[in-house]
Design a protein around this ligand. Structure first.
Ligand code: ADP
Ligand code: GN1
Ligand code: MG
Length: 358
């Protein structure tokens, strides 16, 4: 596809500097379509937003605008929305109802798809913890819940059961082991939902999608520069953010590795991230949250696998996929990791106690 032909008229709706030289797909996100735009002056990130996932783009962009302005007010490096020439936060095409936004490309940074160095993961943990601190006094009432029940694992489980029952595409027979894994763990998914409900876990403003490729690291120093992908900033639990980082980053393989013998939960990566994270949130994290940090890694890994499996059963309508079994492959890595995490919960607890007593 000639991306310049396809998207030049779109990018020109925005208040960008310079003449467009190149446009091509960029990054490994599963939700939006992302393009790197190069002009003779600057680089930009153009995104076609996913309206299946985010039906209310106006509220979504208002959320991001509030959060980024707030962070900038604290001198924190963050996404910079490039408005349209008519000063809107996004552009909607006239006939096809496609929605686009543009950010400044944050130069001199790198995104990792896998942890190659423990110290980088420590830095990531520290940065996501700091991000939690920055959001601590953000007024949650201005935020619209962009995806209701996003991390409501119980609701996710009900959706999964429904997808199995309907089995629209006749795929359930090819994933019996994975379905059984979830049925066997049916009673293990409620601790955070219940804790939020009964008040034993505090409701905070959280990122909710803290995987490694949603943070930009400085290309020279490997220090964290900016937390990105702010689409899911909503009220939630700190445990969602911690658990999701571990599920993605503390694996020895990619999220879609087909050879499961390469996929393992790495306890030393867990320790690195937890050390960084706890060093940032030491003052604000509650005892209950500390107690549930290891469990949150298990929970979020199961939940993500459950979501991949549900999408596979429903015909891949949510996550971007590159081949027909892609969601099933992703689900398998998550369940392999979840089992190993489950086996390591005691050791993970000991690590957390050690970190806290340092
Ligand atoms: P998705 O919602 O599909 O995950 P993201 O917003 O995470 O999309 O963007 C996809 C990828 O694009 C990120 O993982 C990152 O590598 C890159 N990216 C996004 N925004 C920027 C930015 N402003 N500057 C540099 N890279 C970015
Ligand atoms: C999606 O948008 P992206 O690729 O950073 C998803 C997350 C999943 C993740 C799995 C809005 O994240 O919830 O954990 O894929 N984002 C949304 O890799 O659903
Ligand atoms: Mg992303």
């Amino acid at each position: 596809m000639d991306y310049i032909v396809e998207y030049k008229s779109i990018i020109e709706q925005f208040a960008i500097e310079g003449k467009v030289l190149d446009i091509h797909p960029y990054g490994e996100g599963h939700i939006n379509q992302t393009f790197l735009v190069t002009t003779d002056k600057k680089r930009y990130l153009l995104q076609k937003m996913n309206t299946v996932v985010f039906p209310n783009i106006e509220n979504l962009m208002k959320n991001i605008s509030y959060v980024t302005e707030y962070l900038r007010g604290k001198n924190v490096e963050t996404l910079h929305i490039v408005p349209t020439k008519t000063k809107e936060l996004y552009f909607e095409t006239e006939n096809t109802n496609e929605y686009f936004r543009v950010y400044d490309f944050i130069e001199g940074t790198i995104t990792y798809q896998q942890v190659l160095d423990k110290h980088v993961f420590y830095n990531t943990g520290k940065a996501f913890g700091e991000f939690q601190n920055y959001l601590a006094d953000f007024d949650a009432s201005v935020l619209v819940e962009t995806i209701p029940n996003f991390h409501n694992t119980i609701k996710r489980y009900t959706d999964f059961e429904k997808a199995v029952k309907e089995d629209k595409l006749g795929r359930a027979k090819s994933c019996k082991t994975e379905i059984d894994f979830l049925l066997d763990h049916k009673n293990d998914f409620s601790k955070v939902v219940d804790g939020l409900k009964n008040g034993s876990i505090p409701l905070r403003v959280t990122h909710n999608d803290t995987k490694l490729n949603n943070i930009l690291m400085d290309a020279k120093t490997n220090e964290a520069r900016a937390v990105i992908d702010l689409d899911t900033i909503m009220p939630g639990s700190l445990l969602y953010d911690f658990g999701d980082s571990i599920r993605f980053g503390a694996s020895t393989a990619a999220e879609d590795e087909q050879d499961l013998s390469k996929v393992h939960f790495d306890l030393s990566l867990f320790e690195a991230y937890a050390s960084g994270y706890c060093s940032s949130v030491a003052e604000s994290i509650t005892n209950k949250e500390i107690e549930l940090l290891p469990y949150s890694a298990f929970l979020l890994t199961c939940e993500c696998g459950m979501r991949f499996l549900t999408d596979y059963l429903l015909g891949d309508t949510y996550f971007a996929t590159k081949y027909p079994e892609h969601n099933l492959v992703r689900c398998r890595t998550q369940f392999k990791l979840a089992s190993e995490i489950e086996d390591n919960l005691d050791l993970m607890n000991e690590i957390i106690v050690k970190i806290r007593n340092k």
